[in-house]
Design a protein around this ligand. Structure first.
Ligand SMILES: Cc1ncc(COP(=O)(O)O)c(C=O)c1O
Length: 446
């Protein structure tokens, strides 16, 4: 008897009855023969369909929606390596423009002359900023870096580059590092303090200006001149547009460097971050590898060598396409949507908000009330049944007893989408407790 797979592949072959479609795909050994590209594409695409739906991934800060023109630019840049600055001088020029635009956006005293570079994301940017701090420090003991509840990239920096990470525990009720905590943790071996504009756990901002003022006071009292780095992975593309009065950036003289993720609220596709130094002298010469074929204007300071160029070009596209007004409109709507969701969550009854989408990132962070009668982990599972990815996790030390859930609102997450999420949160609670949150709330009022 003949099997469909016995026929030689031809251009009319059906995808699912061809020699690949009728078998399980090779998983450990490269196949001997080539295959029809349409078939391979279709089969890989089928497998990828089993991933979560990125539009329902409310755990990520990263871009999940982009305009068709960005898809085209990414395609145009597919063959370009951003490190080949002599072969692709215009791509290098575009990277340089983005650095200066960001320096200006972050109120650098000399935006057109500051130094900075693109990176793969905020993690690499954090490593570079940390390295510059370490290089400039002139202490004799083991270097340390002081911070609050940082993202894992700072733990990696400390481990990889042999720096003691002094992570200051959260005070009761606090969502991040507080100025009064600094004095007990800094000393002559502190290479810098990291302030976070958009704490990963709670999405609130740390008080950068107050932290800087405390470092000023510490310098006045002890002579220690400790630089401040701002990890604005998310907030760097939010605050300038929707909280322009908030002083967190180079307006504060103590802020030596800032990192941000282009692929988060910068709205570029995945794979781009930025780090900018206040002035060129803050980036030690020894760390910079200069390329002379561009007149030495763009320093090479990166952990990687080859890197795709498309996401950098897409970042520039966004700057031109959206302008300040466009970014402001998008981030404003995201904040309004987050605040709307926070209101719905608060009204349900069994939640206490830690952060309600006002004043910092477009996000909501909440915990359960003591008598809620269900766990947030179980609620996450209930939401997953409907395709939503909403993470639950404990806060860092010393608030580990508080488990929170976090929803990130970003470009493409509409008010309607969060209303549907709220509906599914209510449904999940009913499933877990047998009582719908609305009725429970009426009960409270009577
Ligand atoms: C505060 C903060 N810093 C750094 C990072 C790491 O950024 P990236 O994913 O761009 O490497 C994140 C990611 O969530 C973050 O929230």
């Amino acid at each position: 008897m003949l099997h469909a797979t016995d026929f030689a592949e031809n251009e009319y072959q059906d995808i699912y009855s061809g020699h690949l479609g009728g078998r399980t795909l090779p998983k450990f050994v490269i196949p001997r023969e080539p295959s029809d590209p349409r078939t391979v594409y279709a089969l890989i695409r089928d497998e990828l369909a089993l991933d979560g739906n990125s539009a329902q991934n409310l755990a990520t800060f990263c871009t999940t929606w982009t305009e068709p023109e960005i898809h085209r630019l990414m395609d145009d840049c597919l063959g370009k390596n951003m490190i080949d600055k002599d072969e692709y001088p215009q791509t290098a020029e575009i990277e340089s423009r983005c650095v200066h635009i960001l320096a200006n956006l972050w109120n650098s005293p000399s935006g057109a002359r500051t130094i900075g570079c693109s990176t793969t994301g905020s993690s690499e940017a954090a490593m570079l900023a940390g390295l510059a701090l370490k290089w400039r420090w002139r202490g004799a003991g083991r270097p340390n870096l002081v911070c609050g509840p940082v993202q894992v990239c700072w733990e990696k920096f400390a481990r990889y580059f042999d720096v003691e990470l002094r992570q200051v525990p959260l005070e009761p009720g606090a969502t991040g590092l507080r100025p009064n905590q600094l004095r007990d943790h800094v000393d002559e071996n502190t290479i810098g303090v990291v302030a976070i504009l958009g704490v990963t756990y709670t999405c609130d901002y740390e008080p950068v200006a107050a932290l800087a003022a405390e470092l000023d006071a510490i310098q006045a009292d002890t002579g220690l001149d400790i630089p401040l780095h701002v990890d604005a992975a998310s907030g760097g593309f939010i605050a300038p547009f929707v909280q322009p009065e908030l002083e967190w950036d180079f307006r504060i003289p103590r802020v030596a460097s800032i990192n941000s993720s282009g692929h988060k609220y910068g709205l570029a596709p995945l794979g781009v971050g930025w780090v900018v130094w206040r002035t060129a002298d803050l980036l030690p010469e020894e760390l910079v590898f200069r390329v002379d074929y561009l007149g030495g204007e763009m320093p090479t300071f990166a952990l990687n060598f080859s890197r795709p160029a498309g996401e950098i070009v897409a970042q520039y596209y966004n700057f031109l396409r959206l302008g300040r007004a466009g970014y402001t409109a998008i981030q404003r709507v995201c904040l309004d949507t987050a605040a709307h969701l926070a209101g719905q969550i608060e009204r349900m009854g069994p939640f206490t908000l830690l952060y309600g989408g006002d004043g910092a990132l477009p996000a909501v962070c909440y915990t359960t009330t003591e008598d809620a009668g269900f766990s947030l982990y179980d609620l996450s599972t209930q939401l997953r049944i409907k395709g939503w990815q909403v993470p639950s996790y404990p806060l860092p030390a010393n608030r580990q007893e508080t488990v929170v859930q976090r929803v990130l609102v970003r470009h493409g997450i509409s008010r309607d989408v969060v209303s549907l999420l709220a509906q599914d949160i209510r449904r999940g609670i009913k499933e877990l407790t047998g009582v719908s949150p609305k009725r429970r709330q009426v009960g409270f009022h009577h």
